[in-house]
Design a protein. Structure first.
Length: 142
């Protein structure tokens, strides 16, 4: 199987079978530089010059760098999403006693970071105004 089919198989199969265990699952935006780099790699591969191996080798290193960066970015988003979901569940369970201070003590994040994470997760559902100041009483939150 040639390299083009391997790359095609690597990137398209996870899009078809999102539960496949043999792949790293990345969802790439169309504006991602990875697509442009893949296009350039295909052009270079089709050109068949004397230095094609050197060019493709350096482009492969760049591709791996972009893929690693994208994978880490998506992993961080998943962790942040799960932390925010856990915080929202805790708020719903302890509605009367929940505060940024209690969430900060429980989850180990700074109150301002928690507030930003919750606002990012639920911008249409703002948290009460009393929620933020109570967490910062007696602390230097700014």
């Amino acid at each position: 199987m040639n390299i083009f089919l391997l790359f095609l198989h690597f990137f398209l199969n996870p899009q078809i079978n999102q539960y496949s265990d043999e792949y790293i699952h990345l969802k790439l935006e169309m504006s991602s530089p990875i697509w442009e780099l893949l296009d350039l790699m295909l052009v270079e591969y089709a050109d068949k010059t004397v230095i094609i191996q050197k060019i493709l080798k350096s482009m492969t290193f760049s591709l791996m760098m972009y893929l690693t960066r994208e994978h880490e970015k998506q992993q961080n988003q998943e962790q942040e999403k799960s932390a925010a979901d856990g915080m929202i569940l805790r708020i719903e369970k302890h509605l009367n006693s929940a505060s940024l201070g209690s969430l900060s003590a429980h989850f180990g994040y700074h109150p301002i970071y928690i507030y930003a994470m919750l606002h990012k997760k639920k911008p249409e559902r703002p948290f009460p105004n009393f929620f933020f100041p109570s967490a910062c009483s007696g602390r230097n939150c700014f």
